[in-house]
Design a protein around this ligand. Structure first.
Ligand SMILES: Cc1cc2nc3c(=O)[nH]c(=O)nc-3n(C[C@H](O)[C@H](O)[C@H](O)COP(=O)(O)OP(=O)(O)OC[C@H]3O[C@@H](n4cnc5c(N)ncnc54)[C@H](O)[C@@H]3O)c2cc1C
Length: 382
């Protein structure tokens, strides 16, 4: 079927050609070591920056590429396929952290932080989740209280993507005693200069092992008052709600790319592997399972392309982003499971890409707002 995403341009296609070659040749050969070390080389971030693959839809005056979200979608798809080890952390860095700074930062803040994130000199992280609260963001307890010309931050965060490598961390903290959402603010912490900020364990995950995920501790960590994002305190929850659709769409874009990758590798495998004297794909069960998944993949592709188009024009609403995150990540996990099954025992071996895709996929239903929270958000709109 000849199909081209409606957001695809000749320019993006040309970029993707060289980007895919770069990922395969320059970075992917290190992936196994990164998985064993449970962290990627910092130099990989700088290489991605040099390649123009970070902060693609951030204006050039701040070091970005000045392109649209379509570029960002292309980068997410290619990382998912050719370097899944960095797909999530790059998405957090470019699609989330940079966009909080871009949307709410002052001119001085944007000029100070975005070029460093764009070049890969700095790695960005966002710290919302705490040991005691994840889905219920309004219950965040980490506090940031004014003392002289600084915020003094106290508390603990967990499950933070790039927590070990991060140079810049956007911390969701309570700046007043106002209950619930009203007391929350976003504060940028520069890790290199911050006494009282400590990184905890690099958590041992079942999948996405090359992506460091950490505990962070704040023990009277002092951050200058001018590192507040937005002009006044108490805007944190609203800022999070405004940006989460972008994050959710990013996850859904990655999900569709993973579905397509799982299908391709399984079609190849079942054409090659033989049982009872014929290729596996000639068994009706195998062929029908793949046909069903192919139908879903095509539907997911057309829907996600439409969502990307909506994002490019600024029309993507929060409910549609939640629908995309819910459906595409559910389908990703189902597809990964079924494709692994069609590989037989080899599918369970870590050296086979389908095995890694299976374990890496599972978290997609959990982070970025769990899929149960997506259902809550969608049902409220009915
Ligand atoms: C690999 C990884 C990377 C992550 N990266 C980051 C990061 O960079 N920054 C960050 O801040 N966080 C990050 N997270 C945290 C992630 O966003 C949270 O794990 C997620 O939001 C769920 O929160 P929780 O783990 O506290 O689960 P809980 O909120 O305790 O939920 C447990 C279960 O209860 C369900 N549940 C909760 N509330 C409801 C409800 N109202 N209705 C129905 N069901 C409900 C949930 O859906 C889930 O099934 C990451 C997590 C992982 C695993």
């Amino acid at each position: 079927m000849a199909y081209r995403s409606q957001w695809m341009t000749d320019e993006i296609e040309a970029f993707r050609g060289s980007f895919q070659r770069f990922l395969t040749k320059d970075l992917a050969p290190h992936a196994e070591r990164w998985r064993n070390d449970r962290i990627v080389d910092r130099s990989a971030w700088r290489a991605l920056g040099e390649m123009g693959a970070l902060l693609t839809d951030v204006p050039e005056e701040y070091g970005g590429l000045g392109a649209t979200f379509a570029y960002e979608a292309a980068v997410t798809e290619d990382l998912t396929r050719f370097l899944p080890e960095m797909a999530t952390s790059v998405s957090v860095h470019s699609n989330i952290v940079a966009h909080y700074v871009l949307a709410y930062g002052s001119e001085a803040q944007k000029r100070r932080w975005l070029p460093k994130l764009a070049s890969g000199e700095w790695v960005g992280a966002i710290a919302m989740t705490e040991p005691g609260t994840g889905s219920d963001l309004q219950s965040v307890r980490t506090s940031a209280r004014r003392r002289n010309d600084a915020y003094v931050i106290n508390g603990a965060k967990t499950f933070i993507t790039s927590g070990q490598l991060a140079d810049l961390v956007i911390v969701v903290a309570r700046t007043s005693d106002q209950p619930g959402a009203k007391g929350l603010s976003l504060i940028v912490l520069e890790a290199g200069e911050c006494a009282g900020f400590r990184r905890g364990r690099n958590l041992d995950k079942i999948g996405m092992t090359a992506s460091d995920t950490s505990e962070l501790f704040f023990d009277n960590a002092e951050v200058p008052l001018e590192n507040l994002l937005g002009e006044v305190e108490g805007q944190g929850f609203v800022q999070l709600m405004q940006q989460l659709p972008r994050e959710r769409l990013g996850l859904a874009v990655g999900a569709v790319a993973a579905i397509e990758a799982a299908l391709d590798m399984t079609v190849d495998y079942t054409k090659e592997r033989r049982a009872f004297g014929k290729p596996l794909i000639e068994f009706q069960n195998t062929a029908f399972k793949l046909a069903e998944r192919k139908a879903e993949a095509v539907i997911a592709r057309v829907f996600i392309d439409w969502c990307v188009g909506q994002m490019v024009t600024g029309d993507l609403d929060a409910v549609t982003a939640s629908i995309a995150k819910l459906w595409c990540t559910d389908k990703q996990v189902e597809t990964a499971d079924e494709c692994l099954q069609l590989h037989g025992g080899y599918g369970y071996m870590k050296e086979f890409p389908i095995a890694r895709l299976f374990v890496d996929s599972r978290v997609q239903k959990i982070y970025g707002g769990t899929n149960e929270i997506m259902k809550l958000l969608i049902s409220r709109s009915l």
